[in-house]
Design a protein around this ligand. Structure first.
Ligand code: UD1
Ligand code: CA
Length: 457
């Protein structure tokens, strides 16, 4: 089998994004564009995958990690100059080299595989992935001769009126005979409107040397969208979102309104889970089967068990068990661990709280820096007083405890197993197991006091 190599171009600043963040690091459905490209290329199992880095080199490197080798392009002199930086890693080796731009996040391994197949079948030395664009503005145009053979690519800025009327565009993905590519790159000049070394010029060079150059047109322009500005970024986001949602639906997840459901690229969801409109699930969250999530719910970096219901709520960096019922309007803050069969009702906030099996906080509570055992009932309005302005302290509530409504538990404090806190208590000392603790002023009733008041008027 022929060797396969890949070069991903990711050194540009991305001026048109008007951003401090380097272009290829802008996320699409929560994942940086260049990572989408690398993930798809990785599926092709190339012998070598080289990413050309320049602007934001260290950040791109730390994003992609070991999945790629790197070549540094110190000055961004154009896409041909970029590929040339991979010469020390690739030059002279026999095989096919795929070149992909780091700003085409929607490209799929399937399409790249088709491109490589076409390249091999026609015995070409270079094959361009092209697409038909309704609005080709900004893209390089594919110029063919009267027989339909590819002659060259002309950049939009360099194109004549007639060339600009061509709707077949260069998607920025190509494959080349590796040895010929690096030879041809040496002959690319920068005599053009932008004063850059254009990779597309390699096509004309190889053609003039008498080699077969070819084009493979994909049916899906959407897949080849190049993201140069925020408008294109929003289009990429939209297409990627629908692609991700469709995949989940085909896997057995019900998504009531896919246009208004935002699921990150690395999220997993089990069968028969229903996602209601306005829901955003991000990071590497995983949701097991038979859950009901939403409407209008935000889940970030959470692991959620089976048959759990979360309505109109926010949950971050937490684990949530099976058969849990959350919301509406609950806030699960980072480092919370919610066990099975728990209920967290409206206007309840958890932060760094362990919540044992079957425990309930049904209404209006703040439980922070707490370890709550199993089968605990937290009454409405209960607050763990965890912060003295400087430090945070732990509240421990053991199994079977009943906390009456509107209690303050001033940490550090431990409520022993099966203890009972009377409503309205402010607890600042440990409560022994099975004790009833009442910590509030005794009620005084002043008989007929109102009549006396009225008489004095
Ligand atoms: C490029 C193509 C154009 C094609 C379009 C498809 C050239 C000259 N033009 O145009 O024919 O239709 O892509 O989307 O290639 N980069 C570097 N180093 C550089 C310059 C660019 O690494 O010196 C990287 C960028 O980070 C980017 C990619 O190459 O990821 C493409 O560069 P960009 O400036 O976006 O090219 P386009 O103008 O879109
Ligand atoms: Ca581009």
């Amino acid at each position: 089998m022929t060797n396969r190599f890949a070069v991903i171009l990711a050194a540009g600043q991305g001026t048109r994004m008007k951003s401090k963040l380097y272009k290829v690091l802008h996320p699409v459905c929560g994942k940086p564009m260049v990572q989408h490209v690398v993930d798809q290329v990785a599926a092709l199992q190339t012998q070598k995958l080289v990413t050309i880095i320049g602007h934001g080199a260290e950040l791109v490197k730390s994003q992609l990690g070991e999945s790629s080798e790197y070549a540094l392009q110190e000055e961004q002199l154009g896409t041909a100059h970029a590929v040339m930086q991979a010469a020390p890693l690739l030059e002279g080796q026999e095989g096919v080299t795929l070149v992909v731009c780091g700003d085409t996040p929607l490209i799929t391994s399937t399409t790249m595989e088709e491109l490589l197949k076409h390249h091999e079948q026609v015995g070409a030395k270079a094959t361009i992935l092209t697409a038909h664009a309704e609005d080709p503005t900004g893209y390089g145009r594919i110029i063919r001769d009267e027989n339909g053979n590819v002659e060259k690519i002309v950049e939009h800025k360099d194109a004549s009126e007639q060339e600009r009327s061509v709707r077949e565009i260069n998607t920025g993905t190509y494959c080349f005979d590796n040895q010929l590519l690096f030879d041809a790159l040496k002959n690319v000049s920068n005599h053009n409107v932008q004063g850059e070394y254009y990779l597309p010029d390699v096509i004309e060079i190889l053609k003039n040397q008498g080699h077969i150059v070819s084009a493979y047109q994909t049916m899906s322009f959407a897949e080849t969208l190049g993201v140069n500005d925020r408008y294109a970024l929003s289009q990429a986001e939209k297409t990627m979102k629908l692609r991700i949602n469709k995949q989940h639906m085909l896997n057995g997840v019900t998504i009531i309104d896919p246009d208004n459901t935002y699921i990150g690229a690395d999220v997993s969801i089990g069968q028969d889970t229903v996602i209601l409109p306005g829901t955003i699930i991000s990071g590497s969250s995983s949701i097991a089967s038979n859950c009901e999530i939403g409407p209008h719910t935000e889940i970030r970096e959470c692991k959620i068990g089976e048959r759990t219901v979360i309505r109109q709520s926010v949950a971050h960096n937490s684990s949530i068990g099976n058969d849990v019922n959350i919301g509406p309007f609950a806030h699960i803050r980072p480092d919370s661990m919610i066990d099975d069969e728990v209920k967290v009702g409206n206007f309840v906030e958890l932060k760094k709280a362990v919540f044992g099996k079957g425990s309930k906080a049904s209404h209006l509570s703040y439980i922070g820096d707490a370890e709550v055992g199993a089968d605990v009932n937290i009454g409405c309005g209960t607050i763990t007083v965890n912060y003295d302005g400087k430090n945070k302290y732990l509240t421990k509530i053991e199994d079977g405890v009943f906390v009456g409504c509107n209690s303050n538990l001033i940490a550090p404090v431990t409520i022993g197993k099966d203890a009972y806190i009377a409503a309205g208590s402010t607890i600042n000392q440990d409560v022994p197991s099975k004790a009833l603790s009442i910590a509030r002023a005794r009620q005084v009733n002043k008989e007929n006091y109102i009549d006396k008041l009225n008489k004095n008027e």
